[in-house]
Write a protein of this length. Sequence first.
Length: 177
Amino acid sequence: MPRHLRLRALSDEEIAAVRRLANAEVEDEDVARRARIIAEMFADPALKASEAGLRAGFRSPQMGPMWVRRFNTEGISGLVDRERPGRLPRHGPEVRRALIELALQKPREVGYPYDSWPLKGLQKAFADLHGVHLSDSTIWTWLDEAGLCWRQQELWPDAEEYFLSGGASRTLGLGTT
């Protein structure tokens, strides 16, 4: 039978920090979710780490034990993401926020001839307004992560000429889930 993973003894400062992180509206929601695992286990010592992880909002029962082990060895700093290998992101969070804000506006309000955004139209408008070209896959990924989805619609004939210069007769328009 597997051993029950236990939370180590916490200092008063750690308890206060975990509660503050768990209840805070922080920039990094992941850190708050991880802190909620520790707070749940501190409040109920009989609670299993896997169950605390599920209560905190993780989908996998393995995430609770993973974060408890890291917290037990590293303390509060163990709840923060570690440096990851690979290329640094090309665009910062302010570019992502600007794209999402633009996508949530009606195209006609910013001078583009659509009822909803086609992908190429959103891409061109963002480049025009912010001077940053974003790839199709970056736009798709960021909008999907923000909870926005694409729906199929008819493209206006004059808009097709405006952006696609002889492109397809159908396009995708932005909608919410």
